[in-house]
Write a protein that binds this ligand. Structure first.
Ligand code: 26Q
Length: 797
C-alpha cells in the first residue's frame, strides 16, 4: 500500500468516479447512502491488488491453505475497518469533507453484517482479520443469510423480535461469482451398483458463491470470505406447470430460497429442525466441493490432500464435513473407506465452544437417514470403524447412541485435533464431555485460548486510547500486541495516568451524548460505567447483576445523605426468541430501570440502561467508555468469553468469576487489578449437591432477602405485582446457576469496586495495567497457535 497510497485528491476522484459511473448519481443529488457506496467501492478497488497478489503467492509457492468452516461470521461494519487497515481513514475523511460529507456519518450509515449470534461468530470474524494480517493463506466459508440475527426492540420493556434485512441495500464489499456454483442434494435413496454405493438425491439446490475480500493490517494481504447463497436448480417443476398447478410448480424455488434465508437464533427449542440440518449440509457440501475442485486444479494425488489443505470446523455445526469428504473420496474417487477416513482425519480439526449439555448438537438417525441417506451410512461405518479400533471403548464414546447421532463425538472422531477455547475450558473438555474419548485419544485435545483483533477492538473502536498508546510507546503494537507491555513503566507516571483518564473520559462523554440522543437519559461521566453486554442466558447471570443493583438502590434510598459512588449500569444483549426465562430477565432489567431512573430520592446516582438491539457496532461504542466489565457467569459454564478481553484491553477492569478466559486475564493483569468473586468450578459442582443451597444462601443474606421481597411485592411492576413470582420461584427452588449462592460474594466485590473507585489515581493505574498486560489476547497469537499445533501451516508474510 505504501508506495501507491492514494492522496485525498486521488480518493476524492475515485469516489466521484464511482458515484457517477457505478451508481449513476450526480453529486448534487447524492444521498448519504450513495456517498457510502461510492467510498466503499473506491476502497474496495484498493483491496483488489493485495487480494490478487495473495492468491498469486499462494499458488506460486504452492502453499498449504486453511479453510475455516463456520455457520456464523459476525462481521459488523466493514467500511471503517477497511479504511483503517489500508491506512486511509484520515485520507477518507478528508476526501469526503471536500465533497461536503462527514465520514463519521457515512460510516454509521452501514448496516452491521450480523451473520452470527455472538461469541462464536465474532471469533470467526476476528480470525479472518488476523489471518489476513499475518498472511496466512486462508478462506472462510459460510452462508450468505438474507436475514442475519433478528433486530430487538422493547415494547413496555419486553423483547420483540423483528426481521433483520441487511441485504435490502447493496452489500458493496462482495463480488458475486455466478460461475462458481455447485449442486447440493438432499433426501432420495442409495443404490448398490456392483459394490459401489450411489446416492440419488430427490431434491437439490444450487450453491452460488459471493466473495468478500478480507484485508489485513496495512493492506499487505487479503483473503476471501466466501458465502454461499442457495438458488433453485430449476425455477419451475415443468410437469406441474404444464398441468396448470402453478403454485406447486414454484416449489423447487421456494425450497432453495429458504435454505439461505435466515440465521438460526441459537435457540435450543429450535434444535433438531430439518431446515437447520439442511443449512449445515448446504455449507459443508459446497465448501468441500470447492476445496476439492481447487486442490485438483493444481495437484494430482488426492492422498496428499492433508499436505495442502487444513479444514477447521467452528463447533459441530459443520461436522458433516468429515462424512461429506469421505463420501466424495469413496463414491467418486473410488478410494477404500479406511483410506478416505484417514485422509479426512488428517485434514480436519474441530473447535469445541460449549460444555452445556443442551447446546451439544444431536440429530435423530431417522432425520439424517431421511435428509442425507448416504451420509447416515458413512456415519454408521465411521462408528463401526472406531469401535473396531477400540474394542473396549465405553458406550458413551459411540457416535450413534439411542437412535441419535452425537455431532460432538462425530467431530471428535473425524478430526486429528480437537481444541477448547481457554485453558480452563480445555481441561473441562478433557475431564467431562470428552473424558472417555480423551482417554482413547490422548494428545488429540489441545488448548487454543481465544483472542480478539486489536485493529478493530482498540485502533478502530478507541481512537483516543490508541493515540495515547502510540504517543507513549510508538506504533507497531497494532500487529504485535505484546508491545503494550512497554506501557508498564508508565503506570507510575502521573502525567500518563492523567492522559489515560482523559481518553477514558472523552469516550464516556461521547457515550453519554449518544444515550441522551437515543434514550433521553442524562448520564454523569463521573459515575462508574458498569457494563454487561452479551447474549442473555441464565448461566451468564444478568439476573445476579440486576438483583445486586436492586440492593444498591434500596440502600441508597435508605441513606440518601451518604456519599454514594455514582453508578451507571448498562446492559445489552438479545435473548433467543423461544427462551422464556431469558426474556423475563430482560423485562425485569427494563422494569427496574424505569423505577430507578425516575426515583428522585437517589439524586441520579444510579441509572439502569438497556439500549435495544445490541450488536458489534454498539459494542464498539460501549466498550471504550466502560469502567467495569461484568464477567459473572457460573464457574465452569462460559467456555472462554471474548468480550472480557475487549474490556480489559480498553481499560475496564473485570468483576468476575474464575470462569473461561477470565482465569487467564486475571493471571496476566494481576489479582490486584481484577475484582474476583464467587465459587470455583469444582465448588459449583459440590454446591449443587446441597439440596437446599438457594434457601440457605437467601437465609444467610439479609440484603438478598430484602431484594427478593421487593420483587415479590411487585415494586418494579406495580401494574402486575405477581409478574416476577415465577422468576422468584425458580430462584428459591431451581437455582441451577447458583445466583443466590454467589450473591453475597458478588455484592462484596461490588463494594470493593466502590472503594477502589474513590482512589482516582489507583483506579487509573489499575485500568492502565489492564491495557498494558493483555497483549496475549490478540487473535494473532491465537492463530499462531492453530497454525503450529493444528494446521501445520506457515504464514506467507
Ligand atoms: C445450534 C443448533 C441449532 C441452532 C443454533 C445453534 C447454535 C448457534 C450458535 C449453538 C451455539 C451457538 C453459539 C455459541 C457460542 O457463541 N459460544 C461461545 O463461543 C465463544 C467463542 O469461543 C466463547 O468465547 C463463549 O464462551 C461461548 O459461549
Amino acid at each position: 500500500m505504501s508506495a501507491t497510497a492514494p492522496t485525498a485528491d486521488d480518493l476524492q476522484a475515485a469516489i466521484l468516479r464511482h458515484l457517477t459511473f457505478t451508481l449513476g448519481k450526480d453529486a448534487a443529488h447524492a444521498s448519504r447512502y450513495d456517498w457510502r457506496m461510492a467510498l466503499s467501492y473506491a476502497l474496495r478497488d484498493l483491496i483488489v491488488e493485495p487480494w490478487f497478489s495473495a492468491t498469486r503467492v499462494t499458488y506460486g509457492e504452492d502453499r498449504k491453505r486453511v479453510y475455516y468452516l463456520s455457520l456464523e461470521f459476525l462481521i459488523g461494519r466493514l467500511l471503517e475497518d477497511v479504511s483503517i487497515n489500508l491506512g486511509l481513514r484520515d485520507v477518507s475523511a478528508k476526501a469526503l469533507a471536500a465533497l461536503g460529507q462527514d465520514l463519521g456519518a457515512v460510516i454509521e450509515d452501514e448496516p452491521d453484517a450480523a451473520l452470527g449470534n455472538g461469541g462464536l461468530g465474532r471469533l470467526a470474524a476476528c480470525f479472518m482479520e488476523s489471518m489476513a494480517t499475518m498472511g496466512v493463506p486462508a478462506m472462510g466459508y459460510g452462508i450468505r443469510y438474507e436475514h442475519g440475527l433478528f433486530r430487538q426492540r422493547f415494547e413496555a420493556g419486553q423483547q420483540v423480535e423483528t426481521p433483520e434485512d441487511w441485504l435490502k441495500q447493496k452489500h458493496p464489499w462482495e463480488f458475486e461469482r455466478p460461475e462458481v456454483v455447485y449442486e447440493i442434494g438432499f433426501k432420495g435413496h442409495v443404490s448398490d451398483e456392483g459394490g459401489r454405493r450411489v446416492w440419488h438425491p430427490s431434491e437439490s439446490v444450487v450453491a452460488s458463491a459471493h466473495d468478500t475480500p478480507i484485508v489485513g493490517w496495512q493492506g499487505r494481504w487479503a483473503n476471501t470470505l466466501r458465502l454461499w447463497a442457495a438458488t433453485p436448480t430449476t425455477m419451475f417443476d415443468l410437469d406441474r406447470f404444464n398441468a396448470g398447478d402453478y403454485a406447486a410448480a414454484a416449489e423447487p424455488e421456494a425450497l432453495a430460497r429458504t435454505i439461505s434465508r435466515v440465521l438460526y437464533p441459537d435457540d435450543t427449542t429450535e434444535a433438531g429442525k430439518e431446515l437447520r440440518l439442511k443449512q449445515e449440509y448446504f455449507l459443508v457440501s459446497s465448501a468441500v466441493q470447492d476445496i476439492l475442485r481447487r486442490y485438483r486444479s493444481g495437484h494430482g494425488d488426492i492422498r496428499k490432500l492433508a499436505d495442502h489443505v487444513a479444514i477447521q470446523m467452528n463447533d459441530t455445526h459443520p461436522a458433516l464435513a468429515g462424512p461429506e469428504l469421505i463420501r466424495i473420496l469413496v463414491d467418486h474417487d473410488g478410494l477404500a473407506f479406511d483410506e478416505a477416513a484417514r485422509i479426512a482425519e488428517a485434514v480436519l480439526g474441530y473447535t469445541n465452544h460449549t460444555l452445556l449439555p443442551e447446546a451439544l448438537e444431536r440429530w435423530t438417525t431417522w432425520m439424517i437417514g431421511n435428509v442425507l441417506p448416504r451420509h447416515m451410512e458413512i456415519i454408521g461405518a465411521l462408528d463401526a470403524r472406531h469401535a473396531a479400533a477400540h474394542p473396549c471403548r465405553p458406550p458413551g464414546t459411540a457416535i450413534i447412541e439411542n437412535d441419535q447421532v452425537k455431532m460432538g463425538e462425530l467431530a471428535f472422531i473425524t478430526s486429528h485435533k480437537v481444541n477448547g477455547v481457554s485453558a480452563l475450558h480445555t481441561e473441562l473438555v478433557k475431564d467431562t464431555v470428552f473424558a472417555d474419548l480423551h482417554a482413547l485419544h490422548p494428545g488429540r485435545i489441545v488448548n487454543q485460548t481465544n483472542g480478539i483483533t486489536p485493529r478493530r477492538w482498540l485502533k478502530l473502536a478507541n481512537p483516543a486510547l490508541s493515540a495515547l498508546v502510540t504517543d507513549t510507546i510508538g506504533d507497531g503494537w497494532e500487529a504485535d500486541l505484546d508491545r503494550l507491555e512497554a506501557l508498564e513503566p508508565h503506570l507510575d507516571d502521573a502525567g500518563f495516568l492523567d492522559a489515560y483518564g482523559a481518553a477514558k473520559r472523552s469516550n464516556k462523554v461521547a457515550l453519554a451524548a449518544w444515550v441522551k440522543d437515543e434514550m433521553g437519559e442524562t448520564l454523569d461521566p463521573e459515575a462508574i460505567f458498569d457494563v454487561q453486554i452479551k447474549r442473555v442466558h441464565e448461566y451468564k447471570r444478568q439476573l445476579l447483576n440486576i438483583l445486586e443493583t436492586i440492593g444498591l438502590w434500596h440502600r441508597m434510598r435508605a441513606a440518601p445523605q451518604d456519599d454514594w459512588v455514582p453508578r451507571v449500569k448498562i446492559f445489552g444483549g438479545k435473548a433467543a426468541p423461544g427462551y422464556a426465562v431469558a426474556k423475563q430477565i430482560i423485562r425485569l432489567i427494563n422494569d427496574v430501570g424505569r423505577v430507578v431512573n425516575a426515583d428522585p430520592a437517589i439524586k441520579g446516582r444510579l441509572k439502569v440502561l438497556y439500549p435495544a438491539n445490541y450488536n458489534v457496532s454498539m459494542a464498539e461504542r460501549l466498550i471504550p467508555a466502560s469502567d467495569l466489565s461484568e464477567q459473572i457467569s457460573t464457574a465452569g459454564k462460559e467456555a472462554s468469553g471474548t468480550g472480557n478481553m475487549k474490556f480489559a484491553l480498553n481499560g475496564a477492569p473485570t468483576i468476575g468469576t474464575l470462569d473461561g478466559a477470565n482465569v487467564e486475564i486475571r493471571d496476566r493483569v494481576g489479582a490486584d487489578n481484577f475484582f474476583l468473586f464467587g465459587m470455583t468450578a469444582p465448588e459449583v459442582v459440590a454446591r449443587r449437591n446441597v439440596p437446599d443451597h438457594a434457601r440457605q444462601a437467601i437465609e444467610a443474606s439479609e440484603d438478598l432477602q430484602v431484594v427478593l421481597q421487593l420483587l415479590a411485592e411487585g415494586r418494579f411492576s406495580p401494574e402486575e405485582p405477581e409478574r416476577y413470582h415465577g422468576l422468584l420461584d425458580q430462584l428459591w427452588n431451581h437455582d441451577h446457576f447458583l445466583v443466590a449462592s454467589d450473591y453475597a460474594s458478588y455484592a462484596a466485590a461490588q463494594r470493593e469496586v466502590d472503594s477502589a473507585w474513590r482512589d482516582r489515581a489507583g483506579w487509573l493505574r489499575m485500568a492502565a495495567a489492564n491495557t498494558a498486560r493483555v497483549g496475549f489476547f490478540s487473535s494473532d497469537r491465537t492463530i499462531r497457535g492453530y497454525m503450529k499445533d493444528i494446521w501445520s501451516v506457515k504464514a506467507a508474510l
